[in-house]
Design a protein around this ligand. Sequence first.
Ligand SMILES: [Fe+2]
Ligand SMILES: [Fe+2]
Length: 284
Amino acid sequence: MMSETAPLASLDQWEDDVLSRYPEPEHKSKEDYRNYDSPERDTVREFYRLNHTYQTYDFVREKEREFLAFDKKELPVWGAMEFLNTLVDDSDPDTDLDQLQHLLQTAEAIRADGHPDWFVLTGFLHDMGKVLCLFGEPQWAVVGDTFPVGCKHSDKIVYSEYFVNNPDAHDERYNTKYGVYEPNCGLRNVHMSWGHDEYLYQIMKNYMPEPALYMMRYHSFYSQHREGAYDHLMDAHDHEMFKWVNKFNPYDLYSKSPKPPVVSELKPYYEDLIAKYLPATLRL
Ligand SMILES: [Fe+2]
Ligand SMILES: [Fe+2]
């Protein structure tokens, strides 16, 4: 019996599923991934059923009130990363990387390509918002592809058929093309489904350069950065900034290597980067 809080054996199952949807172009050809039968696929499907059923406009506003008070914890940045790494799920210790290893691999791949240091730091921080799991949030309110709430759900969103279960899909305030928004109002005016992207953006918004903030805030918004499904809500500035989101995405998806990074060797470099851009402690 799958639980509604944690249908996935590990958060990695969502990321593995994204990778099978968007394989690295030069390496694999895209198969019809849904015809692929596996127990993991069933848990991912169940995960999306819950996500699409419960992520309503009201749910998102409620989570914003709850978490954007930042009254849960105060930690140094590296301490927040160690806190994130206490997230133990049923991932396979032989093949799966822990959260800190994924973040370091992403950041190191960005560094190896000679990008600016704030881009490297973004790679290191981008999944820190997953600490939401440690505050007891269900998986479907932490990870998963994100999408705008308060307007019609695009059929380009993965498993969009499950939105039939979402009350907003039957509410005329929220089920039209623009819903509560104006045409091309800009994503800064749009509420996204709640999860680790928005939470991290809100933690970091006073400290990092704007392209970094876009990468953090929209890295799971696949229906836009891969499918262009919400051009009608974006403004020209969003399109400019999404060039950075697109630049970031391959590092997130394709930097996973079975060779784990040596944390102790890398820590001094990242502690310096943290000190350059971020305050001594963060309020979560
Ligand atoms: Fe992420
Ligand atoms: Fe990631």
